[in-house]
Design a protein around this ligand. Structure first.
Ligand code: FE2
Ligand code: FE2
Length: 162
């Protein structure tokens, strides 16, 4: 298993997604980035909703297509903001994004090979949501402190939260 799952993944995925909500504690201090995080979470929630309605397999490809494009744009925006604010987490963030892209590719290949079964949908939803929430909390939110601590010419003051 590429992203790591075990046990009753279907019920774990459902539980996880019920709780996978963006909260102010996940703020990066940049409204655009926070909006992108909310969109990513919403799309993963849509996949779980489809799964609970028995439409998971038919929704899976659409969700993965969207995530592949949207995550690439989000990663580029976020890396640019972290560099602009001289965030100490910038390199760690870049590495994590590159690792995610690699793992995402392997996950897609695995789903293609095995077919979009309910189990594959549950494992995918669980793995992606877990990674996303933990990554936002552990890495992306480090940007918030940088914005508070130092002025930056590269980003207009009205683009960040006080
Ligand atoms: Fe990130
Ligand atoms: Fe992010």
């Amino acid at each position: 298993m590429v992203l790591g799952t075990s046990g009753d993944v279907v019920s774990r995925a459902k539980e996880m997604f019920v709780e996978a909500q963006w909260t102010p504690a996940m703020s990066t201090g940049v409204p655009d980035l926070d909006h992108q995080h909310k969109v990513l979470i919403a799309h993963l929630n849509r996949l779980t909703q489809a799964m609970s309605e028995g439409r998971g397999p038919e929704q899976l490809d659409e969700t993965l297509d969207f995530l592949q494009l949207y995550a690439a744009k989000h990663f580029a925006d976020e890396e640019s903001d972290m560099a602009a604010w001289h965030c100490p987490a910038a390199e760690e963030n870049k590495r994590a994004h590159a690792e995610f892209i690699d793992r995402f590719g392997l996950l897609r290949a695995e789903v293609r090979a095995a077919g979009a079964t309910d189990g594959a949908v549950a494992r995918t939803a669980y793995a992606l949501s877990t990674w996303l929430v933990l990554h936002i909390q552990g890495c992306d939110t480090q940007l918030r402190a940088c914005i508070r601590q130092q002025p930056c010419d590269a980003v207009e003051a009205d683009q960040v939260e006080a």
